[in-house]
Design a protein around this ligand. Structure first.
Ligand code: GNR
Ligand code: NI
Length: 174
């Protein structure tokens, strides 16, 4: 198991559109395990492969409080959606910010599981929000894209400033 490094906005690699997974093999299952470890450690309720600089259509999620409801979706595709709801979203790639985003309330998703079998599942509540948030990542989209340009720029400037400060700190101890 290994903890992976999470890319942060405005890293241009977060804008890469992920490609379909062609084979579900042990290497992919290892990546899934590493993504779960990274997500639980963060802690977060979801993680897309894009966020760990792997540009394949793969996401993990677990919105349970006991951390006992892990979902790994490979090549996810929304085949039905209905309702709309607004949720305050956060993102491990945009640390420290929570903003309201409108999304479908219920989604039916077709995907491959970690054995490579095709499955369909219905999601609602926070898990539906999370799955849509993660699928956006796979298309290079972030929740800040739903905000005003002014708000997005403010968040970007703040995160760039934080990053420069962290780099200085690291340089000082070397
Ligand atoms: O940990 C996370 N929390 C969260 C809260 C509301 C809506 C979406 C999310 S996903 C986020 C983890 C993350 O960045 N996944 O890409
Ligand atoms: Ni995110």
């Amino acid at each position: 198991m290994a903890k992976l490094k999470i890319l942060e906005f405005p890293d241009p690699r977060l804008r890469i559109k992920a490609r379909l997974v062609e084979t579900v093999d042990d290497a992919l299952r290892q990546l899934i395990d590493d993504m779960f470890e990274t997500m639980y450690d963060a802690p977060g309720i979801g993680l897309a492969a894009t966020q760990v600089d792997v540009h394949r259509r793969l996401l993990v999620a677990d919105v349970s409080s006991e951390k006992d409801d892990p979902w790994a979706l490979i090549n996810p595709k929304i085949i039905e959606k209905d309702g709309v709801g607004v949720t305050a979203e956060g993102c491990l790639s945009v640390p420290g910010y929570y903003e309201e985003v409108e999304r479908a309330e219920h989604v039916k998703v077709r995907f491959l599981d970690r054995d490579g079998s095709q499955q369909e599942a219905d999601f609602d509540g926070l898990l539906a929000v999370c799955v849509q948030h993660e699928m956006d990542h796979l298309d290079g989209k972030l929740f800040v894209d739903y905000l005003s340009e002014a708000k997005r720029q403010r968040i970007r400037k703040r995160l760039e400033k934080d990053r420069r400060y962290k780099q200085q700190e690291t340089a000082a101890v070397l």
